[in-house]
Every structure is written in C-alpha cells, then in structure tokens.
Ligand binder design. Structure first.
Ligand code: MTE
Length: 316
C-alpha cells in the first residue's frame, strides 16, 4: 500500500520519499515473503480459544490453506505500523473484549451489539476463501463467520440505503500507528471502508470472528472484521466498531490517501494494473512461483453480474 510522507517534508521531496518508503516496504515485503514458510518474522501467537463452526463447502475453494503461522505473522494492519511484522509484535496492545459494534444509519432497527451477543445471534460457518492483497501476494484462509447480509437484514435497511460503511476502532492507546507521526506515515484515522449495498448483501461477504477453528487473532482484525474475497484485501476492514448504512458512497481511508491508486470498488482484476505495478500475477505466501491472478480473485461466476455494463477501468 502507499506510504505517505511525514508532514514536515518539503513538497519537492515528497515523490522521492514516497518512492523510498514504498521501495523499502516492497523490499521488506519481498524478504518476508521469501522467509514466510520457514522463518516467520515474529512468533505466532499461542493457540487461541477454539470456535465451533459448520463448514460451508459450497463456498470453499480447493486450494490448500496457507500456514496459520504465516497468516498471523505477515499482516497488513497499519494501526500497528507499516511493517508486516508490526501487527504480530504489537497485537497484545489491542483489547478485543469488551467490544461493541454499532449498526445504524438508514435502518429501521439501529442497535449497538455486544460482540458476544453478535456471535451468538447467527450460526457460525467455516469458509475457505482466497485473499488477494493489492501488493501482489495472496493467502488461503479458513475463516469463521456469518454472512454480513444476515446482520444488515436484521436491522432493516430503509429505502435510502445505498452503501454500507465500516469503521475500525480509533484508539491510539491500543493502536500505536494512530499516534501522530510515530511511523512518519498516517492514514486519516479511523480506517474506513465501504461496499455498495448489493455487495454487502452478497452471500460471499462475511463478517468474520475466527479463523483456523479459533477466535480471530488480534493481528488479523479481532474481534470482528469484514472479508470480501473478490476484492483486494484492503476492502476487508479489521477490528470493526461501526457498520453504518448510508445513501452516499463512503469515502474510504485509502481513497482519501491516494484516489488515483485505490478506487472504491477495488475488485481483483488482472487486466487493470495499479498505476505503479502490474496486477496480472501474484505470489501465494509459502510458494516461490508466481501464479496468474484470476478475475474477481476466482469468484467471477458468483459476482461478475454485480458489475454488468460497468467500465471496470473507470470504476477500479
Ligand atoms: N483494516 C484495518 N483496520 N487496517 C489496515 O491497515 N489492512 C488491509 C485489510 N484490513 C488493514 C485492514 C489490507 S491492505 C489487507 S491486505 C488485509 O487487511 C490484510 O489482512 P491480513 O493481515 O489478515 O492478511
């Protein structure tokens, strides 16, 4: 992802500094990728509390899951820092209980749910999904969660509902990356993401509370995150405290930071390059070869109809 300049840097230096940081994070990313299978960047967390779920075969991809150790030590979670091992190193700072999720906006029954109430409300399913990061790496993860649609329907969207906005916790005590200037990089916190209402209601879109048979590790977005498998990973907001049904397209954190690089839709699309790199191929964590990136991350059969008639270069 794009790394922004610190506020005290002269405008003439911005491009170089950005390139430098991007190159640095790219190089570190590449090194971590190579090392991920045998030598993780940080210790994997102790096995978490187990979480029961019914496996949903209809949505499971046949690819073998990525090692739990890699999925929990090679993360993007800028609230903890810009390096891939910052989230695992600092994840203990996040307190996922007590936790509430406010569900409001254009809905007839707005409600603030305690996280454990939310988990009890809907049957938990296990679904093996691919996750493709915009940076060119991918993972295969057995998530545990329930369709976001179940929650959205429960609060009864009104006729004004057009989009769904997710907001991550804002708390610089728990998230050192939100402390101004700490890493010389800052998004406009809190992290905000969004989906069109029909995308949010799509049966593939999950609200996730666990992975690999256990509760979600903090670095993967505890206690609850979105998972939208046909979109680049950054659409899958972590540690969500608010889900708001809105009429206007939400302004997302990455769109605000770099609108020419990160569009609202961000569907995985090997034919539309990122302005600074190709999206044609990807590297599965734990593998060395590059594989071809699939349209909509391999979920075209299920989601292509959502975008019928849309120019996907314009709506990237
Ligand atoms: N959510 C928040 N709140 N903050 C983040 O920095 N990073 C995104 C997404 N969700 C991010 C986030 C990006 S860029 C990716 S690729 C995925 O989380 C990574 O998820 P993982 O670390 O569990 O693999």
């Amino acid at each position: 992802m794009l790394i922004r300049h610190a506020p005290d840097i002269k405008s003439s230096e911005i491009t170089g500094f950005r390139l430098y940081l991007n190159r640095r994070s790219f190089l570190m990313g590449a090194a971590a990728l190579a090392l991920a299978p045998s030598r993780p960047a940080a210790a994997a967390p102790p096995t978490g509390q187990s979480l029961k779920a019914t496996r949903h075969e209809a949505f499971a991809v046949p690819d073998p899951p990525t090692k739990f150790e890699s999925v929990t030590t090679y993360n993007n979670f800028y609230e903890f820092g810009v390096n891939k091992d910052d989230p695992a190193r600092l994840a203990h700072l996040l307190k996922p209980r007590p936790w509430t999720v406010q569900v409001d906006g254009h809905v007839a029954r707005p409600k603030t749910y305690d996280i454990d109430e939310l988990i009890r409300l809907f049957p938990l399913e296990e679904r093996v999904y691919r996750l493709r990061c915009v940076e060119g790496w991918s993972m295969v993860i057995p998530w545990i969660g329930f369709p976001l649609a179940s929650l959205i329907k429960r609060v009864e969207p009104t006729g004004k509902a057009g989009f769904v906005e997710f907001t991550t916790l804002l708390d610089p005590e728990q998230f050192p990356g939100q402390r101004k200037g700490l890493f010389g990089f800052s998004l406009d916190w809190p992290y905000v993401e969004g989906l069109r209402l029909d995308e949010a209601l799509h049966p593939l879109t999950l609200l996730t509370v666990g992975m690999y048979g256990q509760v979600l590790p903090n670095q993967d977005g505890a206690p609850v995150r979105a998972v939208v498998p046909w979109k680049y990973g950054f659409k899958s907001a972590k540690s969500i405290v608010r889900i708001r049904v809105v009429s206007e397209q939400p302004k997302t954190a990455w769109e605000k930071a770099a609108p020419h690089e990160y569009g609202f839709y961000s569907n995985v699309n090997p034919t539309v390059d990122h302005p600074r790199w190709s999206q044609a191929t990807e590297r599965r964590i734990g593998e060395f070869r590059r594989r071809k990136t699939l349209m909509f991350n391999g979920y075209a059969d299920q989601v292509a109809s959502l975008y019928a008639g849309m120019d996907l270069r314009k709506y990237f």
